[in-house]
Ligand binder design. Structure first.
Ligand code: FES
Ligand code: FES
Length: 156
């Protein structure tokens, strides 16, 4: 079967088998290597992409289910500068160390910031519970997201 969707603002069409996951198609057929394979069972968040603005674990999502959807990864066009602000603050706070968890985390953080709501540190932690990070202890990640939430309404 063929599936069509928008990926980082570009239309893509790809021949897939019905059982193929979105993660497998992104990495193995479309070369989207910024989306990472961690656990393969929806538990670590490394493979999260935005599907119609919703953070989605691509390893447990059938590719066929994203027909006509709009997908974004950390390499999406960034007209408002949200992705770049997040990456800059991650760098400043050392919230990306080995960086393996970062593309998925950044996708979820992008969705949080886009909501425009200022969350408490506890709410940020809860919103990111599906993401495992072996390096940072999470404190740095929460610091970065909190700062972006402070800065973002000022910059938009
Ligand atoms: S690889 Fe998808 S959640 Fe871990
Ligand atoms: S920075 Fe290494 S796993 Fe998160």
């Amino acid at each position: 079967m063929q599936v069509k969707f928008k990926l980082n603002a570009e239309m893509v069409a790809c021949d897939i088998a019905g059982h193929e996951t979105l993660l497998a198609v992104l990495r193995d057929k479309l070369g989207v290597m910024e989306v990472k394979y961690g656990c393969g069972e929806g538990a670590c968040g490394a493979c999260v992409v935005l599907v119609d603005d919703t953070p989605t674990a691509s390893c447990i999502t059938l590719c066929a289910s994203v027909e006509d959807s709009e997908l974004m990864t950390v390499k999406a066009p960034d007209p408002l500068g949200v992705w770049s602000l997040l990456q800059e603050r991650f760098a400043v706070h050392e919230a990306a160390q080995c960086g393996f968890c970062s593309p998925g985390l950044l996708a979820s953080c992008f969705a949080l910031v886009q909501c425009g709501e200022k969350l408490t540190r506890q709410q940020i932690r809860e919103a990111l519970t599906g993401h495992l990070c072996r390096c940072t202890g999470y404190q740095h990640i929460v610091d970065a997201v909190e700062e972006v939430m402070e800065l973002w309404p000022v910059m938009s």
